[in-house]
Design a protein around this ligand. Structure first.
Ligand SMILES: [Zn+2]
Length: 290
């Protein structure tokens, strides 16, 4: 288990053993902290035939099927865009029968904030009156987008980003040796997001951004050139500029940095409009740093 989730996973486990685990759990918090890993861990424990002191046994038939991604009583719903009503109805139908292995049944819904309204409504009844031995785990990083009716029927676990020393230790154990507090901050303090970004070759890395951004600050390149270079990653660039302005302001309390910060917020808003010329938005923003 991810070290920052150890206390909560132990609590879940104890409650499960005492048969006091809520049948509908909502795991909420920032993206990239591993909520999905926690949900899968819990799903595996819920299905395990002979859980051991700290989780699933890893040996029983259920654990084997789970690891092979073929457990008949485990269902994972996710969608690239929205989770529609058909997907939910199909899931509920699969949950309504007797568990094929005679134990619990588990449905995990990733990005629960992407449920359409009719999908959410279809889910409500199951959340209210679940069939026996059924557990539904919902995951979201945008809890404010969930319908109040869904929220009120789940037990909510809201997580924040882990403490940086835990994240850095974990990253090191995963073979990521070049992580630092500053780099972690650049990825919102979310260790799995940072790991993903470092492993991914495409896209703009923070290191490259910072290298080029420093050149901009020293007048070795101009805003127009960087804006052209970065237009595909405009949102990310604005986030990093905002972080930079914020840190500068904290250090030096210059109104200039406050203005840059406000401009970042404005740029973020503008970038949400479809069809906006990202290069123009970035040129305007980056020229404030030149
Ligand atoms: Zn097992």
């Amino acid at each position: 288990m991810l070290p920052w989730f150890s206390p909560v996973s132990q609590r879940f486990f104890n409650r499960l053993m005492e048969r006091r685990l809520h049948h509908a759990l909502l795991l909420a918090g920032p993206a990239g902290i591993g909520k999905g890993i926690l949900a899968r861990w819990l799903g595996k424990v819920l299905l395990c035939k002979q859980p051991v002191s700290d989780g699933a046994c890893g040996q029983c038939q259920s654990c084997m099927l789970f690891e092979a991604e073929t457990h008949p009583d485990y269902l994972q719903l996710m969608s690239e865009k929205q989770i529609g009503v058909d997907l939910i109805r199909d899931g509920i139908r699969k949950l309504s029968g007797t568990a094929q292995l005679g134990g619990n049944k588990v449905m995990v819904i990733f990005a629960a904030d992407s449920l359409t309204e009719s999908a959410a409504n279809a889910l409500l009844k199951t959340l209210e009156e679940p069939t026996g031995n059924t557990y539904i785990l919902l995951i979201t990083d945008k809890i404010q987008r969930l319908l109040p009716t869904i929220l009120s029927r789940c037990e909510k676990q809201v997580f924040s980003v882990p403490e940086s020393h835990l994240s850095l230790e974990w990253l090191k154990s995963q073979g990521v040796t070049n992580a630092s507090v500053a780099l972690l901050k650049a990825y919102g303090g979310a260790p799995l997001r940072l790991k993903g970004a470092l492993e991914q070759q495409e896209g703009l890395s923070y290191q490259l951004f910072f290298e080029r951004f420093t050149q901009l600050l020293c007048g070795q390149t101009d805003a127009l050139e960087l804006a052209r270079e970065w237009q595909e990653n405009a949102e990310q660039v604005v986030n990093w500029c905002q972080l930079y302005a914020h840190e500068q302001y904290i250090q030096h309390q210059q109104s200039e940095d406050q203005q840059r910060f406000s401009h970042c917020l404005e740029a973020k808003r503008v970038l949400q409009h479809p069809g906006v010329n990202k290069s123009v938005v970035l040129t305007g923003l980056l020229s404030l740093f030149a």
